[in-house]
Design a protein around this ligand. Structure first.
Ligand SMILES: NC(=O)c1ccc[n+]([C@@H]2O[C@H](COP(=O)([O-])OP(=O)(O)OC[C@H]3O[C@@H](n4cnc5c(N)ncnc54)[C@H](OP(=O)(O)O)[C@@H]3O)[C@@H](O)[C@H]2O)c1
Length: 288
C-alpha cells in the first residue's frame, strides 16, 4: 500500500480549520497536517517554502485569512499581505510542488447592490478593504496557479471562534431586548457543512479548477437569522428589526449577498443543506 495523500490545512485554529479537524477520522485515508498561525504564518514566505520542502503535500486547503472586516479598514497593509500576496505565494508554491490548491474567498468581493444571486463570473466590485484584499487573493491564486479551486462563502458560523450565532445566543441570554439589522440579505454557512463539501471535493478524485460558491440553502436577513436563533434557543429576549443606518460600522456591509451555488451541484452533485437545519445542528452541539 502506498503512503496516504497529505493534506495541509493552514489557518487551522479558525472556524473552518477546526471543522476540518473534526473530519480527520472520517477521512482516515488522508494524512492531515493542521497548521495554526503560530505553526505557519502564511505571510512569512520562506517558512511556507520550507514547509512544502518538508511535506510535499498533495493538497493545501487555505483556511488562513485576515478576517477582522472592520479593523482591516485601518490595517490595510496586513490585510492585503495575508489575504492577497500570501495567497499568491501559496498558489505558486503549490504549482511548483504539484500540490492541489483549494482556497476560500468571500461574498464581500461583490458590491452587494445585486438583485439576483451572484454567479461565480458576476462582476466583482468590493466595497471594503477586506473585500478588496480577498479579491486580490482570488486573482493571485488564478494567476500563479490556474489549477486552483476557489470557493466563495458567506455568513460563516460554527461552534468555534466568534460568529453571529454565538454572539446572539450570548446576548439573548443576557438582555431583554436586542436590535438586529433587517436590510442586509444573504445566506448563512455552517462551517461544518463547508468543511464536508471541501472533503467531498477532494475525495471525489475529480479536480475541476475554477471559482465556486457555497452557502447553506435559503435567503434571509440578519433579523430573521436572529429570530431563528431565538426560537431554537427558546429565549424570551425581544428582537427588534432596525435599518443598517442605525448600526454604523467602519467597513460597509453588502446589502445583498446571495450567491448562486449551482456550479457545485453540477460539478460534484453537492446540494447545500437548508440553513435552518444546519443552524439547529450547530446550536445543539453548542448546547452540549
Ligand atoms: N467568517 C465569515 O463570516 C466568512 C464569510 C465569508 C468568507 N469567509 C472566509 O472563509 C475562510 C475561513 O474563515 P473563518 O471564519 O474560518 O475565519 P477565522 O475563524 O477568522 O479563521 C482564520 C484563521 O486564519 C488565521 N490567520 C490569520 N492570519 C494568519 C496568517 N498570517 N498566517 C496564518 N494564519 C493566519 C487566524 O489565526 P488566529 O486564530 O491566530 O487569529 C485564524 O485561525 C476565510 O478565507 C474567510 O475569509 C469567512
Amino acid at each position: 500500500m502506498g503512503a496516504k495523500p497529505v493534506i495541509l490545512v493552514t489557518g487551522a485554529n479558525g472556524q473552518l480549520g477546526k471543522e476540518l479537524k473534526q473530519l480527520e477520522q472520517a477521512f482516515s485515508g488522508y494524512t492531515f497536517i493542521f497548521l495554526s498561525r503560530e505553526d505557519l504564518p502564511i505571510h512569512h514566505f520562506e517558512l511556507v517554502r520550507n514547509f512544502f520542502k518538508g511535506y510535499h503535500p498533495q493538497y493545501l486547503i487555505n483556511c488562513a485569512a485576515y478576517t477582522a472586516v472592520d479593523k482591516a479598514e485601518t490595517e490595510q497593509d496586513l490585510a492585503f499581505q495575508v489575504n492577497g500576496e500570501a495567497v499568491g505565494v501559496l498558489a505558486a508554491v503549490c504549482k511548483e510542488y504539484r500540490t492541489r490548491f483549494l482556497h476560500i474567498s468571500t461574498d464581500y468581493v461583490f458590491d452587494g447592490n445585486g438583485t439576483a444571486p451572484y454567479q461565480p463570473d458576476s462582476p466583482t466590485n468590493p466595497q471594503s478593504v477586506y473585500g478588496a484584499s480577498k479579491l486580490m487573493g482570488e486573482q493571485q491564486a488564478v494567476q500563479f496557479n490556474p489549477e486552483s479551486i476557489i470557493i466563495r462563502t458567506s455568513w460563516v458560523y460554527s461552534e468555534f471562534g466568534k460568529n453571529f450565532v454565538k454572539t446572539m445566543m450570548k446576548l439573548m441570554a443576557e438582555r431583554e431586548d436586542l436590535n438586529v439589522v433587517n436590510d442586509q440579505v444573504g445566506s448563512p454557512t455552517y462551517a461544518a457543512d463547508l468543511a464536508a463539501v471541501i472533503m467531498q471535493i477532494i475525495n471525489s478524485g475529480k479536480w475541476v479548477p475554477g471559482l465556486y460558491h457555497y452557502s447553506n440553502e435559503g435567503v434571509i436577513n440578519w433579523y430573521e437569522f436572529a429570530l431563528a436563533i431565538k426560537e431554537i434557543s427558546q429565549s424570551g429576549c425581544r428582537v427588534h428589526p432596525i435599518p443598517s443606518s442605525q448600526y454604523p460600522t467602519p467597513a460597509k456591509r453588502p446589502s445583498y449577498s446571495v450567491m448562486d451555488t449551482t456550479s457545485l451541484l453540477h460539478t460534484w452533485s453537492l446540494a447545500p443543506k437548508p440553513w435552518k437545519e444546519s443552524l439547529k445542528v450547530c446550536m445543539a452541539r453548542l448546547h452540549n
